[in-house]
Design a protein around this ligand. Structure first.
Ligand code: 13P
Ligand code: SF4
Length: 308
């Protein structure tokens, strides 16, 4: 019996469901029940009613959101060290300082933030719906964190003033993409379409034919008639893009664009997590209740748009 078969057997015995982010290793994506971007996986976690356990193969903030949105389930993160470094960049102190300087402006937090930070914001967003969420607010100025590049992207798209909190939060994987690499690939593949995640810098986004979340990129690649795509996001997405579109070519715009904490999850760790029912993710009520409100507000804004 292969390790993957053992996981599937254990999953059945334990009444578990496996959710995996688009950046997970391909062998994990292949056995997951659902693969998706952060909004899709949050929705799946929230709506899950049959399973006893949600094994969330991704990073800390995604599993925390699942625990907040579906508190009756046992949510497991396969590796305790799977922490998104960008989520760590925004502290509650930083949010409180921003509130003092901007008492009337709403605070929008990217889901790539920790639960205790979400508890202090007005509404959450993901890369798939940040523009829509900010547009929905009756305010010309908003604070948005922790990703500065996403904040700048939303400012350009909405025409509102979007103040980044902290001033320079960033994703260490997405800043690896460089405009000159994209320019060179574009020169070599002039008919290629360029897909860019909004966590990339503006210089890279400027070359994009499409800017969006990981799953939005998957939909765009399927619907677009182009045969070649230059991709500026974490390398794990290539597995799904290639499996969904075997006749198309996908070129990573920077070949070492790997998120180390997404990749700490392995089949071995998934197996042990299910076997020993570890590592359980819990969020205390004092944090979970306000954080859930902020997540629910995001779902209210995007509920009429299944693509967000
Ligand atoms: P998506 O919501 O686009 O999947 O992005 C999550 C993420 O962590 C990007 O770095
Ligand atoms: Fe965090 Fe960046 Fe990894 Fe996404 S790719 S989980 S933002 S470090």
């Amino acid at each position: 019996m292969t390790l993957a078969d053992k996981i599937l057997k254990l999953k059945k015995q334990k009444k578990a469901v496996i959710l995996a982010h688009n950046y997970q290793r391909k062998e994990i994506q292949d056995l997951a029940d659902y693969i998706g971007d952060s909004i899709e996986l949050s929705r799946k976690a929230m709506q899950e009613d049959k399973a006893r356990i949600i094994l969330f193969s991704a990073v800390d903030f995604m599993a925390e959101s699942a625990a907040i949105l579906n508190p009756t389930k046992k949510v497991l993160l396969p590796t305790p060290g799977a922490r998104c470094p960008m989520a760590q960049m925004l502290t509650v102190d930083e949010i409180n300082r921003a509130r003092v300087h901007h008492p009337l402006d709403p605070i929008v937090l990217y889901v790539n933030s920790l639960a205790n930070a979400k508890a202090y914001c007005d509404v959450c967003c993901t890369s798939a719906n940040a523009v829509q969420v900010v547009e929905s607010l009756d305010a010309d100025t908003v604070l948005l964190g922790p990703d500065r590049n996403l904040a700048e992207y939303v400012q350009r798209q909405t025409g509102k003033t979007v103040i980044p909190i902290p001033e320079c939060g960033f994703c260490p994987t997405h800043i690896l993409f460089q405009a000159e690499d994209v320019e060179m690939l574009k020169a070599q593949n002039p008919r290629a379409m360029v897909m860019v995640h909004p966590e990339c810098t503006f210089e890279v986004q400027r070359h994009a034919d499409f800017v969006g979340s990981t799953s939005q990129m998957c939909r765009y690649a399927k619907e677009c008639s182009a045969k070649t795509f230059i991709v500026a996001t974490e390398e794990g997405i290539l597995h799904r893009l290639k499996s969904d579109n075997p006749d198309k070519r996908f070129i990573l715009a920077y070949e070492d664009a790997v998120c180390p904490t997404m990749k700490v999850n392995t089949l071995d760790r998934l197996y042990m997590a299910l076997k020993e029912e570890k590592y359980v993710v819990t969020v205390p009520d004092a944090v979970a209740v306000p954080a859930r409100k902020a997540l629910e507000r995001m779902f209210e804004v995007t509920s009429n748009n299944c693509k967000a």
